[in-house]
Design a protein. Structure first.
Length: 312
């Protein structure tokens, strides 16, 4: 009883001291959690950018894929996969993809399109069914590389090459495209040289960077990712649709250069070697207030924004 009485008395005194403490002490934030001063956002950087810091898509290396769910625009990367890009454009111009379908949607992974009938695949005309894998290129062929300042777990150096997330290894002298969200790759079997571009996929989930240097990457989706990433997930193995009616028909795929100029899109990509792009990266890397409490001071390759805009 004596100990309990003393404890109650001590608590009463403590509460009394707390009640009369100055109000400022209760509301003042420690310096470590004060929000940083406002800094430019990515939107601010884009608004202030110069026209010379943007580039139009090359019609000869742009694909328009029209599906039952919407239109997808893909920018190809011939610097990194010249043979596959050429082969894919040959397939497109021969009408290979017209009437095929999106056949797979695997959650947090990829959406894939191609021929639903693997047992009786559509024949090629002059395009090749398989090609030697183009997983990397010599670094000397990638002169447009702009390096990011932060370390990466998958490559000694990461950055961007003319609008594509890329990586390189100075010891081996090789460079390659990275499997970031929206990147387009070539499906293959166990044989490294078993792909040719007849089966393509787009990354719709967390970047599967462990695929880097194991699959040929041929470009990235510039427009249409909201549609691709929200397609119903396939219930079959690896997200393949197990019922034919679930496939999303492809009406047509065209090379933009073969489309009348008046019918082409007018998308532009911010030059990744420009001052504005570096500012956009920094705006994500060290976000200012008032919402941000602790800036990261770091940015992952696949979280570095590559601004795209459409000219009306």
């Amino acid at each position: 009883m004596y100990l309990a009485t003393r404890t109650i008395a001590a608590l009463t005194a403590t509460l009394a001291m707390t009640a009369y403490a100055p109000a400022a002490c209760a509301t003042e934030k420690p310096p470590s959690v004060r929000p940083p001063p406002p800094k430019p956002t990515v939107a601010d950087v884009i608004k202030a950018s110069k026209a010379s810091e943007w580039r139009a898509l090359d019609p000869e290396n742009t694909l328009y894929m029209h599906t039952a769910a919407g239109r997808v625009i893909i920018e190809l990367a011939p610097t990194f996969a010249p043979n596959h890009v050429a082969n894919i454009k040959t397939m497109v111009r021969e009408g290979y993809f017209d009437g095929l379908a999106i056949i797979r949607s695997q959650d947090n992974w990829v959406v894939q399109w191609g021929d639903p009938d693997e047992k009786n695949p559509r024949p090629m005309k002059t395009a090749k069914a398989t090609l030697k894998g183009e997983f990397t290129i010599p670094m000397k062929n990638d002169s447009a590389f702009t390096r990011l300042p932060d370390p990466d777990g998958y490559a000694p150096q990461v950055g961007h090459s003319n609008g594509f997330p890329s990586a390189r290894d100075p010891k081996t002298g090789r460079a390659w495209l990275a499997h970031c969200y929206g990147m387009v790759g070539v499906g293959r079997d166990n044989d490294a040289d078993s792909g040719g571009g007849s089966a393509l996929y787009a990354v719709i989930g967390h970047a599967p960077r462990h695929l880097d240097r194991n699959i040929t990457v041929v470009g990235r989706v510039i427009s249409g990712m909201p549609m691709l990433s929200t397609l119903p997930r396939g219930a079959g193995a690896m997200g393949f649709y197990d019922k034919p009616e679930q496939n999303v028909p492809i009406t047509s795929v065209k090379v933009a250069a073969d489309v009348p100029p008046a019918e082409r899109s007018r998308f532009e990509v911010m030059r990744t070697d420009s001052a504005s792009f570096k500012a956009a990266v920094e705006a994500q890397r060290n976000r200012g207030g008032p919402w941000t409490v602790v800036p990261a001071g770091h940015i992952d390759l696949c979280n570095a924004p590559i601004p795209v805009r459409e000219q009306k």
